[in-house]
Design a binder for this molecule. Structure first.
Ligand SMILES: Cc1cc2nc3c(=O)[nH]c(=O)nc-3n(C[C@H](O)[C@H](O)[C@H](O)COP(=O)(O)OP(=O)(O)OC[C@H]3O[C@@H](n4cnc5c(N)ncnc54)[C@H](O)[C@@H]3O)c2cc1C
Length: 562
């Protein structure tokens, strides 16, 4: 097998990965040899889909403050956030917005020329910076463009990472398949940054790209790292029916209403003060309750009163998406919506500086859990965290790589991965991976959704275990090497099965309701027993769970009302 060598390898090229590569380059004047590897072309990472905005405190003179952003985030998290992580995050964010501005991003602007900020759910001040409703696309373009300046960065587009090589708790590199040749190769590196994004594709109705299958979480999990708080899945209240394409919260931020079949603005029953701009966990549950009482199986987003000019200027993507995917003209028609799986609050366990428990390995962006979002993320805090965590992880990885001497890759780890891949692809007859995947998504939508209950979770766990054993005997028809997407789907399914097991078992054990995790049989938050983080460790028999305390600096948990 070919073994390539770099100082740093960054796995994933979304906002977090690109920001990490830039920081590592800035910090060393382009002297470190950096590899950036992505299973898609860089610009097809899910980050390009981010629509509504990126949160930062820019207007202290108009009433915003770090204290307020931190408080909104912690209250939004239902007090599960680690407060030192949140404090660091809010303080670093404004500089990220200005950095992107200096790098040439086209932020939407106010009449006075300053960067515009729009309201978003759970934020008590309008602090979402945005570029129309295509914020992620513009952020990605700006970062990718800037990265072209550095010739010390080698980009491996369309290379699928299959495993992390970790030896005696020290990161050494990875193995990957180049899609265009089908060859397995290894990269040896002194430091690594895992930035592989989320994993909510184990649900059927989701806003996520097909590529967000939790590969990074599972690579880390299988290498012995703990996965934190993975039972907390964010369901976005407004995905277009029937496709599941996101209708950004920006639509409500700009003044859109949610109405039920009877035309009532129902949020007044559930969050009288914040209405449509309550946090997502609360709005998603309200929408589900209304849907349960409806005949149509959806509620409606009403943007008609905003007028065509505002819609075209501020929400051009929403206008286009509704027209092309539902045949709806939102200037004079209602948008049918229902909640969809959207984000993983949990991820690979890190400290507040995004260091994993493995020396030389950091995690950034959605794959990581330094626990800013706790049990429920506020909209626009994720792209923001991608920027901050990418910056921190990139800088730390560069510093660390500079301090490490040359070493050899452990041969056994490479051999083991080679054997595993060969065994998987060469299986002659077995279950269809697509049948297994379909069943997995069905039961995740049915039993591990917004409202959870002991019995349903137990059924889900039993079926997931059964699907895992069917997967052991599954096979694919395509045995060729070049662009074998059948085989990539097989690897991705293996990851989604592992993650679904962690989600369902973590949810069964957590006998309380907090943020996005709602148990019909335990409807109250239970701080006495459950103000703690879940850690899941891989074992052959399924995840083993441990718990660690939440870091509270100054905000004591209180009743959460909006
Ligand atoms: C439709 C949508 C709209 C959103 N809107 C907003 C918003 O307005 N504001 C906000 O704050 N948040 C938003 N979010 C959330 C936010 O966009 C994501 O959390 C964030 O972009 C994740 O970025 P990331 O850098 O962590 O990973 P991603 O952008 O998901 O990128 C993951 C990268 O990892 C690579 N990768 C994964 N697995 C492998 C592997 N096995 N081998 C090699 N490479 C691999 C992928 O190729 C990709 O490059 C939105 C999310 C969605 C789905």
């Amino acid at each position: 097998m070919e073994i390539l060598s770099h100082d740093i390898v960054i796995i994933g090229s979304g906002i977090a990965g690109l920001r990490a590569a830039l920081e590592a380059s800035f910090n060393t004047n382009g002297k470190l040899d950096i590899a950036l590897i992505s299973k898609t072309h860089v610009m097809r990472s899910h980050s390009v889909c981010a629509e509504g905005g990126t949160a930062a405190v820019l207007r202290i003179e108009e009433g915003d403050s770090f204290e307020l952003h931190a408080w909104d985030t912690i209250k939004g998290s239902d007090f599960l956030a680690d407060q030192d992580s949140v404090e660091l995050f809010v303080k670093l964010m404004p500089k990220e917005i200005l950095l992107l501005d200096h790098l040439g991003i086209l932020w939407s602007r106010r009449e006075d020329g300053k960067i515009s900020q729009r309201p978003f759910g759970g934020h008590s001040f309008p602090r979402a910076c945005y570029a129309q409703d295509r914020t992620g696309l513009y952020e990605m373009q700006t970062l990718y463009d800037t990265l072209q300046r550095f010739d010390n960065v080698t980009i491996y587009h369309e290379c699928y990472v299959t495993s992390l090589i970790i030896d005696n708790n020290v990161f050494k590199g990875l193995t990957a398949i180049e899609l265009k040749s089908g060859n397995l190769f290894a990269i040896k590196a002194k430091a690594g940054v895992l930035a592989t994004g989320g994993g909510a594709r184990c649900y059927n109705f989701t806003t996520f790209s097909h590529t967000t299958t939790g590969d990074g979480q599972v690579m880390a999990y299988k290498a012995g790292l703990p996965i934190k708080d993975f039972e907390f899945i964010q369901f976005h209240p407004t995905a277009l029916v029937p496709s599941g394409i996101l209708i950004s919260e920006a639509a409500r931020g700009e003044g859109g209403y949610l109405i039920n079949e009877r035309g009532e603005r129902f949020m007044k029953k559930y969050a009288p003060e914040y209405m449509e701009l309550a946090p997502r966990d609360i709005v998603a549950r309200a929408v589900m309750k209304e849907i349960e009482e409806s005949k149509s199986g959806c509620v409606y987003l009403d943007l008609r009163h905003l007028g065509e000019d505002k819609i075209r200027e501020k929400l051009p993507s929403i206008y286009e998406i509704c027209k092309k995917f539902a045949g709806i003209n939102i200037v004079n028609e209602l948008i049918p919506v229902k909640p969809a799986a959207h984000y993983n609050m949990g991820g690979v366990h890190t400290d507040s500086n995004y260091a994993t428990p493995v020396n030389g390995l950091w995690a950034a962006g959605e794959v990581a859990c330094s626990s800013i979002h706790g049990a429920n993320r506020l909209g626009t805090n994720s792209t923001a965290e991608c920027l901050v965590s990418g910056k921190i992880a990139g800088a730390k990885a560069a510093e660390y790589a500079n301090s490490i001497n040359e070493f050899e890759l452990p041969k056994e780890a490479i051999k083991k991965e080679e054997d595993r891949i060969y065994k998987l692809i060469s299986k002659e007859q077995g279950d269809s991976i697509y049948d297994i995947r379909k069943k997995l998504r069905e039961i995740m939508d049915k039993y591990v959704y917004i409202f959870r209950i002991e019995n349903g979770l137990k059924i889900a766990i039993r079926i997931i275990k059964d699907l895992k054993s069917r997967y052991e005997n599954a096979s694919i028809d395509d045995k060729t090497k070049i662009y074998n997407t059948d085989f990539i789907s097989m690897l991705e399914l293996g990851n989604m099965l592992e993650l679904s097991e962690i989600i369902a078992m973590g949810a069964l054990l957590r006998t309380e309701s907090r943020g996005a995790h709602y148990r019909l049989d335990y409807p109250e938050r239970d701080d006495v027993n459950w103000l703690k983080h879940t850690l899941a460790y891989w074992t052959v028999d399924g995840p083993k769970f441990e718990y660690i305390p939440v870091r509270i600096t100054k905000w004591k948990p209180t009743i959460r009302k909006y």
